[in-house]
Design a protein around this ligand. Structure first.
Ligand SMILES: Cc1cc2nc3c(=O)[nH]c(=O)nc-3n(C[C@H](O)[C@H](O)[C@H](O)COP(=O)(O)OP(=O)(O)OC[C@H]3O[C@@H](n4cnc5c(N)ncnc54)[C@H](O)[C@@H]3O)c2cc1C
Length: 494
């Protein structure tokens, strides 16, 4: 279809990328981006872009990706054992993962949008209804007024934990996942370098620690950063920071908001990126999702006969991918929220637990890319380093599980093992040995494994998890990560 005039609301990565791709596809189309902020001021520090995203961006627009890669910084991942000891550290190499400053990413996308002929208007907050255009792309972010005021069936749920997005004025050598324990509780950082002299330093904690540390009482002006929290965190993470400062950028404690929408378009308006959906930051996918939305929307506009079918096609293509990532992100968020309970795990096992937390990285694949880490984890699991062939790891783990024990069957079918439904199971079980049974479907099995971990940690129960044999990779990862003591394979279909 041909569109004459398109207005893009929001000059974040999603809006700018959609504008550029549209203009490249149809140079005759007038495209204007309306951004309320200035060209060079934005929230946050760096964002991460993984290999798969880079491949998609390369196919859609190699020119802008070249500049993104040149400005980004590659990094590996480092995990310290849950006791925080510097002697217990493992590293995972990741050749393609880069971090890039959000300001730099936006500057590159602005430049490329203008080069393609997009008009950029900064400094005025606009509403989708007032924009003079045949089609409005509402890429106005997680707090999208377009979504909130429109018939999109938007829903926002808020995470239990709290996070704060800070930065450093030096580049960490690797991405770092490190817990620290203060007199108030456990705080965890996810930090990674994104330029030669900067790193993102995100910290998260649970509500109890946050209250005990007095953070709930801190009141900060809207444009200011929470300096009291930053100074506290500098002291808490002094070792990881090498005694250096943390910097803020409108930095304060937040609870993550997960956005879902029943529909992504109405009339001439279509939602894109965070406006339509968010996925917890611990899977580093918000920017990816917004830019991949842009690719799919512009493809659909190019090939569909009219606006309504283009919007329907965009949603048909993107919704399954988005929902899959949102489910991974939901599991990942629960894993991070419960992170302080894993203080007993050594670094290598913790890394396996981290990689398998959302069910996205099968144990044999991880053993193929990081054999040293998996062998170290297997050594703590079974007292020996495990097979050299990654494909043999799963059977090796299953063959070394603990001997059978008498266990009381407990049927569970719940969504959040760390929430009230999980509390009820804990109260009922009270430390007895159990066999967790339930639906054969994979999501339910992953949840049983997570509940098994909670039971083991909080009640000291011995836990056997029953599941279809087809899910043996998940079960082996569960055993190595301490989510259960034994598995019972059934012949049911997963
Ligand atoms: C702590 C944290 C860490 C993150 N880490 C990562 C990461 O590692 N990797 C990753 O990919 N993503 C990460 N993200 C997510 C990422 O920042 C967002 O998902 C991404 O920016 C979404 O892009 P967007 O274009 O949809 O929205 P945004 O980037 O939010 O852009 C929306 C734009 O719209 C503008 N706007 C809003 N309303 C109006 C209006 N009425 N008029 C004019 N302009 C308006 C805003 O000023 C803003 O510039 C993280 C997010 C958080 C909170």
């Amino acid at each position: 279809m041909r569109v004459r005039r398109v207005a893009v609301l929001g000059g974040g990565p999603g809006g700018l990328y959609a504008a550029r791709l549209l203009k490249l596809t149809d140079p005759a189309c007038e495209v204007t981006v309306h951004e309320q902020g200035d060209p060079d001021s934005t929230f946050g520090f760096g964002v991460g872009l993984a290999a798969g995203t880079q491949r998609k961006l390369a196919a859609a627009d190699p020119d802008s990706l070249r500049d993104v890669l040149a400005a980004g910084r590659r990094h590996d991942m480092r995990m310290t054992g849950s006791d925080g000891s510097a002697a217990d550290v493992v590293r995972v190499r990741n050749d393609r993962l880069i971090g890039i400053a959000r300001t730099e990413l936006l500057a590159i996308l602005q430049r490329h949008a203008e080069k393609a002929g997009v008009a950029l208007e900064f400094g005025a907050r606009r509403s989708a209804d007032e924009l003079d255009a045949d089609l409005v792309i509402a890429a106005d972010g997680v707090s999208s007024a377009t979504r909130e005021n429109g018939p999109f069936g938007g829903r926002v749920t808020t995470g239990r934990g709290l996070y704060l997005w800070a930065g450093t004025e030096f580049a960490l050598p690797d991405a770092l996942f490190a817990p620290v324990t203060t007199e108030h509780g456990v705080l965890v950082t996810h930090a990674y370098p994104y330029s030669a002299e900067r790193s993102t330093f995100l910290v998260e904690t649970d509500e109890t620690t946050w209250r005990r540390a007095g953070f709930a009482e801190i009141d900060v002006a809207p444009e200011a950063s929470d300096e009291v929290s930053l100074r506290y965190l500098e002291r808490a993470f002094a070792e990881q920071l090498g005694g250096r400062r943390l910097i803020g950028n409108r930095t304060r404690w937040l609870r993550f908001r997960t956005v879902t929408c029943e529909r992504w378009s109405a009339g001439r308006t279509v939602l894109l990126g965070d406006a339509a959906h968010t996925a917890h930051y611990s899977i580093g996918s918000g920017t990816k999702l917004a830019m991949e939305d842009a690719i799919a929307l512009v493809d659909a506009l190019r090939t569909a006969p009219d606006r309504a079918s283009a919007f329907a096609e965009y949603e048909r293509v993107r919704r399954p991918a988005v929902e899959r990532l949102q489910e991974l992100a939901r599991r990942s968020a629960l894993w991070w929220e419960s992170f302080p309970l894993r203080r007993h795990l050594p670094a290598a096992q913790l890394m396996v637990a981290y990689m398998s937390r959302a069910g996205n990285v099968p144990l044999p694949r991880f053993a193929g890319t990081s054999p040293d880490v998996v062998r170290a984890a297997l050594r703590t699991y079974a007292g020996e380093p495990g097979p050299a062939d990654p494909a043999a790891v799963t059977e090796w783990v299953l063959a070394r599980q603990r001997a059978a024990f008498p266990a009381e069957p407990v049927h569970v079918d719940l969504r959040d093992p760390w929430g009230p439904d999980g509390d009820a199971v804990l109260a009922g079980v009270g430390g007895r040995a159990v066999r967790l049974t339930g639906p054969a479907e994979r999501g339910a099995v992953l949840t049983r494994l997570d509940l098994g971990e909670r039971l083991r940690i909080e009640t000291g129960s011995l836990v056997e998890v029953e599941a279809p044999a087809a899910l043996r990779d998940d079960l082996a990862a569960g055993l190595v990560s301490g989510r259960c003591d034994r598995v019972l394979l059934s012949e049911e279909e997963a």
